[in-house]
Design a protein around this ligand. Structure first.
Ligand SMILES: [Zn+2]
Length: 262
């Protein structure tokens, strides 16, 4: 009986203590990981991507992406102690994609940069990725994966029992791999669209560029399976309509912020 109670108590405790809120939307989320661990996972996953895909050897393009990314991250407007922002361009024209990892690591592929026709369009993508980080979507997804592995894995997070610890580490390892490979849920995607567009507008980038960019993605992606961004970020009509509506409401923020950068 005791053996059963301990995991159950730990489960209840971790869910209780793991309740946080996304400040920009007020959405409650269950996160059983801590930010330091998420950051560590993010760093490991980022190092793995760097091994797999060459970083673009073009200081000018890298500086442009860095400048836009930092401006958008500055517009978050609250402190993120664990975010060490880094914006890296990966040299792969066939991959029209971008991704974000806990700890503030953002990767953009040259395929996406070539499709974007302005800084505003790049900023929309940056805003979306930065929002995944600030909303702790990686940690939330890792938590969901860990919870799905069952109570034993969970207890490992809280106990020194090696059997549980191993189960937890296995689940965590799987979650770490998933950080880059798995698409986010629709809920996370629409939250990142919503919050990210506010960041981009707050950084003085035109929010109307979002719908324009997604329409272009939709038109050009037909029949092209290698467009990984499409599989993790489907450009649906619903998404485009949502972004159009959000952009209208964000125009005053954009007009005001734009003055700072003129
Ligand atoms: Zn996304």
């Amino acid at each position: 009986m005791k053996r059963l109670l301990l995991p159950l108590a730990a489960l209840a405790l971790s869910i209780f203590t793991g309740c946080t809120t996304v400040p920009e939307t007020g959405r409650r989320q269950v996160i059983i990981t801590n930010e330091a661990t998420e950051t560590q996972m993010g760093l490991e996953a980022f190092a793995a991507v760097k091994k797999e895909t060459p970083v673009l050897n073009d200081a000018k393009v890298q500086a442009r992406i860095e400048r836009i990314g930092r401006r958008v991250a500055d517009a978050v407007g609250r402190s993120l102690p664990n975010a060490q922002w880094e914006f890296v361009v990966f040299n792969d024209d066939k991959t029209v994609n971008a991704f974000a990892l806990p700890g503030g690591k953002v990767g953009v592929y040259t395929g996406l940069i070539k499709l974007a026709s302005s800084d505003d369009e790049i900023a929309i993508v940056m805003g979306h990725e930065v929002a995944h980080v600030t909303s702790r979507h990686g940690g939330e997804r890792a938590s969901q994966t860990t919870l799905a592995q069952g109570g034993a894995a969970l207890v490992g997070a809280l106990s020194e029992n090696s059997e549980y610890k191993n189960a937890f580490n296995t689940a965590y390892g799987l979650a770490a791999q998933g950080l880059v490979l798995l698409p986010f849920s629709r809920l996370h995607e629409s939250e990142a669209d919503n919050v990210g567009l506010r960041f981009a507008a707050g950084a003085g980038y035109d929010p109307r560029a979002a719908a324009a960019f997604w329409k272009k993605m939709q038109a050009k992606s037909e029949g092209k399976e290698q467009w990984k961004w499409i599989s993790t970020h489907p450009p649906t009509a619903e998404r485009i309509a949502n972004l159009e509506q959000l952009a209208t409401g964000l125009m005053p923020i954009y007009e005001e912020a734009k003055k700072k950068y003129q």
